[in-house]
Design a protein around this ligand. Structure first.
Ligand SMILES: [Zn+2]
Length: 344
């Protein structure tokens, strides 16, 4: 999780290192960019640099106790906040924790850190007021090891209005030595009151050629396979590295089918059933659709161009819905039926 492992985000990395080096790091940063572009990894690299006892020009040294505790996931001055799902009752499960709100009501919550957890604990994912209050309580104590502390707020776009209101004062005037790093897909999805208190650090999609190079170097893929994965990863290194290679053919077939113009209701239903089993597959599918429609939008034929633009807008809307809507199949069903209709 050091800065050298972050690929394709040279501007963001340089900017952060310069800011830390000159003592001008903003106390609240908003890392904006698509999932899989390295926002959280960069926040962790920043934490390493700040916690390091012997920092180097490129970041933390990787060897001192500060760096080592961060690597092992046990640094007490790194606080991470994730969107949670609220359970109807406490559960005997180490991942479930309880927070008491100001009315004395206990909330049984689970951090939703990835898609597997989202499947296991379905429900509305949100960063809740009770979590923000707990964060503020913890920030009332001094850092444990050094004089600084890093708070990563993952998926800040899922912070509710009440939570944001509870958070504003602390975000604006954090305790000494506290740095907030919030992540979001784009700043437009973050509440304006939060957004306006943070310095924006953009994360860009990496060019396909760079993604393919990384796959060849790190996973030993051949050129053709690396290029196919890169095309589906849509510039997201994180996604490319986690791609299930056995499903490449299936994904290409699904994209051909969705854009082939002969998808009846039954076929659309089957396709969304096949892709709707996990959110990441649905994301890859939607981003692949968007990419192909963008190419079609350059067509000379007016009708093709119009249909592509309409389709592209539908895909963008579905992409937004996907992150908020628990039922993946509903989103895909609606899109695929709409995609067929747009031609008539
Ligand atoms: Zn170090």
């Amino acid at each position: 999780m050091s800065f050298s492992e972050i690929i394709g985000q040279d501007r963001a990395v340089r900017r952060l290192l310069n800011a830390v080096g000159s003592g001008r790091l903003a106390h609240a940063l908003l890392f904006v960019g698509p999932t899989g572009t390295g926002r959280r990894t960069t926040a962790l690299a920043l934490a390493e640099r700040l916690f390091c006892l012997a920092p180097e020009t490129g970041g933390g040294c990787g060897r001192c106790p500060g760096c080592r505790r961060l690597f092992s996931g046990q640094h007490p001055d790194l606080i991470e906040v994730w969107p949670t799902v609220r359970l109807s009752a406490p559960k005997d499960d180490s991942r479930v924790f309880t927070l008491r709100d100001s009315q004395g009501v206990n909330h049984a919550l689970v951090d939703i850190k990835d898609d597997a957890l989202a499947r296991e604990f379905p429900g509305t994912r949100q960063i809740r007021q009770v979590q923000v209050r707990e964060l503020i309580r913890r920030l009332g104590f001094k850092p444990m090891l050094g004089d600084c502390r890093v708070v990563i707020i993952n998926q800040a776009e899922l912070m509710g209005v009440e939570a944001a209101n509870a958070f504003l004062k602390t975000l604006e005037e954090p305790p000494r030595g506290t740095t907030f790093a919030l992540t979001a897909p784009d700043s437009g999805q973050v509440l304006p009151t939060i957004r306006s208190r943070c310095q924006r650090v953009p994360f860009a999609l990496a060019p396909d050629a760079i993604v393919a190079d990384v796959l060849r170097a790190r996973q030993g893929l051949g050129r053709v396979e690396a290029e196919r994965v890169a095309a589906l990863a849509g510039g997201r290194i994180g996604r490319a590295l986690q791609m299930d290679l056995s499903r490449l053919d299936e994904m290409d077939r699904a994209l051909d089918l969705a854009l082939g113009g002969s998808l009846d209701r039954q076929a659309a239903f089957e396709l969304s059933g096949q892709l709707g089993s996990d959110r990441e597959s649905a994301r890859v599918f939607l981003d692949g659709l968007a990419q192909r429609l963008r190419c079609q939008a350059d067509s000379r034929d007016m009708e093709t161009r119009r249909a592509a633009v309409r389709g592209f807008e539908m895909v963008l809307a579905a992409r937004r819905d996907l992150e908020r809507q628990a039922n993946i199949r509903l989103v895909l069903d609606g899109l695929l039926v709409g995609m067929e209709r747009r031609r008539s």
